[in-house]
Design a binder for this molecule. Sequence first.
Ligand code: SAH
Ligand code: SF4
Length: 341
Amino acid sequence: MTEIKNLTIDELKDELRAMGEKPFRAGQIFKWLHEGVRSFDQMSNLSKELRAALAARYVLTVPEVARKQVSRIDGTVKYLWRMRDGDCVESVLMHYEHGNTACVSTQVGCRMGCKFCASGLNGLKRQLSAGEILDEVLFMQQDSGEKISNIVLMGTGEPLDNYEQVLRFLRLVSCPEGLNIGQRHISLSTSGIADKIERLAEEKLQITLSVSLHAPDDETRSAIMPVNSAYPIERLMRACNYYFDKTGRRISYEYMMARDKTDRPWQAERLARLLRGRPAHVNLIPLNEVAESPLSPSSKDAVRRFQAALQKHGVTATVRRRLGPDIDAACGQLRRRELET
Ligand code: SAH
Ligand code: SF4
């Protein structure tokens, strides 16, 4: 059966027409769905018959909160959702000055195998549907009672490895009849699947593309990110140029600071050379320690020196603040812990 939340409003109109219903019902149903109703029976402006017909025809996904942790330090909330097949995914709600931000997962697990990341330790279990990704936002908003205004696709999973569903999610979440979160308030982070970046460029979306670069030289990058063997840095940068040419959107580069691995002075110089003259912004992320990974975080001094070296060459770089440190809510720490217990 089709998951009804995967449908766009136009698709829903077609479905209703096919059921012999008036297409304007689609607007009412879409609104209910994007308010996070828990059953078709809650759609109080529809007839009993139509509600029953919908229930017979479609699946309404309603994830359960399997676990919820609130950071005592900064109020960041980490959710573990149990979906209808029992699989679980995590999402994080962060409070920034510019608004509440939902960090959502796009896959159950991840197959990219980055050496520093806890999300991919068990490989890819399955793709999430567009509706399931949307549910993370809808039900975080419902559970917290807080309005979400920004979204980052930086939870578990490689969004461009679930291309169709992620694109559909972007269209659903920015739909004026739904949550209406503008594309400029959405960031998609990728480990650098170059041909998918080029495909995304063709969609001409206004979202921010974040590229997890983490090293400016192929030797280091291939050692920590297997994707670099398929799409080495030069190939990746070509895709980034193309993305900017097509969309006019400045790209953000994530750069993880790992001691004696990615934070060496020559790497700052090399990174500056790579990005100089490009519309780019670098986010320096202190590595979050993951038990299974041999990498350790750079010192504060090393981070500052690296940032200064970039700035000297005119490359803007900020150091990312780490939210929810007491609940492992930070980048790369999301994982399906229930697997281990
Ligand atoms: N798969 C996508 C998006 C999810 S990961 C990607 O890789 O970009 C979100 C961000 O967290 C990425 O920049 C990723 O490289 C980073 N990350 C993963 N593990 C980390 C760790 N242990 N410390 C710091 N950042 C990490
Ligand atoms: Fe997957 Fe991103 Fe983790 Fe790499 S960093 S394993 S791409 S989630």
